[in-house]
Ligand binder design. Structure first.
Ligand SMILES: [Ca+2]
Length: 349
């Protein structure tokens, strides 16, 4: 449980929406917005006009590979062998062996299991909002999986318009619009699991400014910024709590694990008062069990004081608000995600 120093101020500062800020936290929040990035402040990066920020009513999920929205980039061969289970109850390829992928836990209700075994970037969930970046390879299916045969890749090349979307250098997928009650609201008690692989990730060396982080997973309040997010920061992985303006180390040094799968689990109770919590655990290659790295209790996890949000959603991929070619940050980064699961912990059997 180690606090990491506060994030460094960014070179890039964007417009905030001061109208959303109020009372005593206004100053703290304002300084946080400048220090982190504009999307943490809601709309400053243009996200507010994005379809991904307009929660849509849950729709009925149909089985079978998605036929809309998802595009498969050149070079990817969608598999017809993958199956998508009703309600996402499968855990294709999961094993219980040491270091293996974690199988779905039958003790909790599984709200979704996005495992990409459909061979499409929508993983058989028509409501999944895939990247808005236009490059053919901004998001694509890979045959290097945490479980099963497939995972998804997101790629961002700085200063290339094909990887610019929703106001930033980003390529992300959001879990909006799938039928199950995945959008988080106050009072929800959720477990999020996901596996990542930093593909040929170029380590940080002195001189790069990307120290403020490339964001790889977000719990985002609709119409506002994220409650918290996971990022690579220099050569570490950290969780940034934007409500409190703090961050925590999840993995001190990812370099031994480049091109290997890392499993992350986040348990959270979404609360607008100081009755919430989150616990962040990590399972490294070769390890059998998750290790608890962040354990924060009696905290606000859903900010209703400074935002108008009443629900939120999850995004994964790559968002690089603090990386700049002019500052020697790597031009291109690629990350794989697999086995994105959401459980209802309130359903414990
Ligand atoms: Ca998979």
């Amino acid at each position: 449980m180690k606090h990491v120093e506060r994030i460094e101020p960014l070179v890039k500062q964007e417009t905030m929406r001061p109208g959303l800020l109020s009372r005593s936290r206004k100053l703290v929040f304002a300084s946080m917005c400048v220090a982190v990035f504009a999307s943490a402040c809601g709309g400053g990066d243009g996200e507010s006009t994005s379809p991904t920020d307009t929660p849509t009513p849950p729709t009925t999920r149909t089985e079978g590979p998605a036929s809309t929205g998802g595009t498969t980039s050149a070079g990817d061969t969608p598999s017809t062998g993958g199956t998508t289970s009703a309600g996402g109850t499968s855990s294709t390829g999961g094993t219980t062996s040491a270091g293996g992928a974690t199988p779905a836990n039958p003790a909790y209700k599984l709200i979704y299991d996005i495992n990409y075994e459909s061979g499409t970037i929508q993983s058989g969930y028509p409501g999944l909002v895939t990247t808005h970046a236009t490059a053919a390879d901004a998001s694509y299916i890979v045959n290097e999986a945490r479980s099963g045969k497939h995972a998804v890749a997101h790629k961002v090349t700085l200063d290339n318009d094909g990887y610019f979307s929703d106001g930033s250098w980003r390529s992300e997928t959001a879990d909006l619009g799938i039928k199950e009650p995945n959008l988080f609201q106050i009072g929800d008690h959720h477990r999020y699991e996901f596996s990542i692989l930093l593909k040929d990730w170029e380590p940080w060396v002195s001189g790069m400014t990307g120290s403020a982080g490339d964001i790889i997973w977000q719990a985002k309040q609709s119409t506002a910024g994220p409650s918290f997010y996971v990022m690579t920061k220099r050569n570490s992985i950290a969780l940034r709590d934007t409500i409190r303006g703090t961050q925590f180390e999840v993995l001190s040094d990812f370099r031994p694990y480049i091109n290997k799968w890392i499993d992350i689990r986040i348990d959270v109770r979404w609360e607008e008062r100081a009755t919430g919590y989150y616990k962040v655990s990590i399972k490294l290659p070769g390890e059998q069990d998750y290790k608890l790295m962040v354990d924060e209790e009696n905290i606000i996890t859903f900010d209703t004081e400074n935002t108008s949000a009443y629900q939120g959603y999850i995004k994964w991929g790559l968002y690089r608000p603090a990386s700049f070619i002019a500052n020697d940050d790597p031009a291109t980064r690629i990350i794989y995600h697999d086995d994105l699961r959401l459980y209802d912990l309130a359903s414990a059997k």
